[in-house]
Design a protein around this ligand. Structure first.
Ligand code: HEM
Length: 147
């Protein structure tokens, strides 16, 4: 693995390409030595899609986290949504609380239905490329007032 990354970096250097744009699944981290500084780019995207860790990694299966010891708080390196270690996200509690508050309110106040003719298998969970995750195509649902 290390050898592969070094080869790749040499190739990139030769072609004057910037490694940060890589999204190759088999590259979990890129180590760059420049001007006496070592920069490590951890490819969290690839780690979260590693078939050696996750079953059907490309599938949207939120139930995979039920009865699973892997946690997102930075102790388990298989899932590093908030990073890990000293430079891990200091806003984790606020981030999680904000998400849970918004989601639980939406679930509490409405029943959600798919537009006519659409099945749950048709939901597109693809994301746009980038540092932060945005859905490629909007999720359109029908809220039915519950309260
Ligand atoms: C769901 C919401 C959020 C996610 C998924 C998230 C994710 C991340 C990730 C992956 C990192 C990089 C960690 C690393 O390099 O190891 C990070 C860093 C950081 N986050 Fe968040 N974050 C979220 C919310 C927040 C909030 C609400 C705040 C502040 C109120 C915040 C403040 C920061 C700061 C200041 C850093 C830089 C830490 C450093 O470099 O020492 N984040 N976050």
């Amino acid at each position: 693995m290390e050898g592969d990354i070094l080869d790749l970096l040499l190739q990139l250097k030769k072609e004057k390409l910037t490694p940060i744009y890589l999204t190759l699944e088999d590259i979990k981290a890129i180590v760059m030595h420049t001007c006496g500084i070592t920069i490590v780019h951890v490819n969290a995207w690839a780690i979260a899609r590693d078939p050696e860790i996750w079953e059907n990694p490309e599938e949207f299966i939120p139930e995979r986290f039920l009865n699973n010891d892997i946690d997102f708080k930075g102790e388990d390196f298989e899932l590093i949504s908030f990073g890990a270690g000293r430079r891990g996200c200091p806003g984790i509690a606020l981030g999680v609380a904000s998400m849970e508050l918004a989601l639980s309110n939406l679930l509490y106040a409405f029943d959600w239905e798919l537009p006519c003719g659409m099945k749950k298998e048709d939901i597109d969970t693809n994301v746009k490329p980038g540092i932060t995750m945005h859905k490629k195509n909007d999720l359109c649902l029908i809220p039915i007032k519950y309260i």
